[in-house]
Write a protein that binds this ligand. Sequence first.
Ligand code: FAD
Ligand code: SIN
Length: 526
Amino acid sequence: MRHEVDFLVIGSGIAGLSFALKVAQYGKVCILCKGDASEGSTKYAQGGIAAVMYDTDSFDKHIADTLVAGDGICDREVVEMTIREAPQRIQELVQYGVNFDMDKGGGRFDLHREGGHSEFRILHHKDNTGAEIERGLLQAIHDHPNIELKENQFAIDIITQHHLGQRVTKHTPDIECYGVYALNCKTNEIDTYLAKVTLLATGGMGNIYSTTTTPIISTGDGVAMVHRARGVLKDLEFMQFHPTSLYNPAEKPAFLITEAMRGAGAILKDRNGKEFMQKYDKRLSLAPRDIVARAIDNEMKIAGVEYLYLDARGIGKQELINGFPTIYAKCLELGINITKDMIPVRPAAHYQCGGIKVDRNGQSSIRHLYAAGECSCTGLHGGNRLASNSLLEAVVYAHNAAMDAVKEVSTFNFDKSPFNAIPDWNAEGMVLNEEMVLITQTKKELQEIMTNYVGIVRSDLRLRRAFDRLNLIFRETEELYNRSVLTEELSELRNLIACSYLVIKHAMARRENVGLHYSIDLISND
Ligand code: FAD
Ligand code: SIN
């Protein structure tokens, strides 16, 4: 089936929904998401969204904290723009119906603090901020007559001149995007979506690792699509590991223990109940994430153990139960009473700082193609994202991209577009792959390779080994792809392989230790 819209949005997390709400008054919007509309990292965000709301804090301090966390390689102009725009974007979220906790007097937002922040500036909704944001935005979307939201539609590839039979390389000037091919996961048909403007808001790629806080939908689809379309990607070596996911090996995704708990006074301890962060950084448990995750990784390796502890017992019982109700209930379910027991924690892959390179308007290197949210790389995070700056980046760039896309759509000339010449997906001669094990086993192998060789601490040898092992997996999977009817599982596996390859390639090319990229073979700046 063929569909034509003004604005096509791939992804229904904070980035996609915010963009859709902004452009909807200017044309017909279609949002595709590959599962349920609410499923994505946004729903799982706990800590909150960082913004300077009162003059007890300042833009300069938030800017400085972001630059320090980013380890000297953030784009300063982007940092300044994002942080100064934050209060306006927060007000819009509130207008859409998102509730943030207020202080006891009820007149001001209640603000939390997280690692790397010099002030209390995290707006939150208890410890389930993302679920509240997703709820509020989805409600606003459902109420909008110009927006159609379609679940279970898996975007496979963006459509470019390549699909018109032209040769497209990374040197081709003016690669253009005309929409996407998407698999309807209910009917197994592949539809053609043509659009004047397309936004990729497909989230992260945490599932290239075995242990991740990100949901199973986070398979790097947007990044992989742009890679195949020969677009520009940036900073993929900077995979952020959250220091404190709950140690519960059977659980996927790994449940997060928010950094806001350390902000409230919880302390990291080794298996003997002794503090250790003083050996690594004077900011102790509230040092930026890259430093804390590396410290935990090191302590775990020295002691030969699979987890350490977060001790929240010093926080008052009522503050713990009322301020962190989701974590309290979750741990209790597993027999851990956080008011009395220490919480077993270990790092988990959490956030991809790099992605599809975009300019300040969210425009990618491919014409008519925008990207926002975790799949994009704006320059805000540099080598390491400051906690709670991700939701902020998503709303700021959704706004900027929307403003630009509206202009783009208004000048679009349908008669000059090649829409009518774009072919539908050709699945002729493909057979159904009846051996799911080929996919599930390969995915496990890939995650093991990435976890063991491309994790928190890297080396030249480990990266080389990962590269070679991945090569074999890549060739086998491409063979399978070339003869099989396309499924969501196979498509995701290809995307995970492409993303892993890109992370390794970018890591090999980075010849200094900076931010989240740390190799025992390289020297550090500090
Ligand atoms: P997501 O919310 O991940 O949504 C991605 C969307 O893309 C989904 O709708 C999915 O269906 C769709 N999609 C993906 N691929 C396809 C495809 N091929 N076809 C169709 N649709 C597709 N950041 C903060 O700033 N503060 C926090 O407190 C915070 N806490 C976090 C806690 C956890 C546990 C996690 C995992 C992350 C946290 N982050 C936090 C990071 C932040 O939540 C994410 O970076 C952000 O929500 C990403 O939003 P997004 O809109 O880019 O993508
Ligand atoms: C957390 O709540 O610790 C996660 C915050 C983030 O990833 O920004």
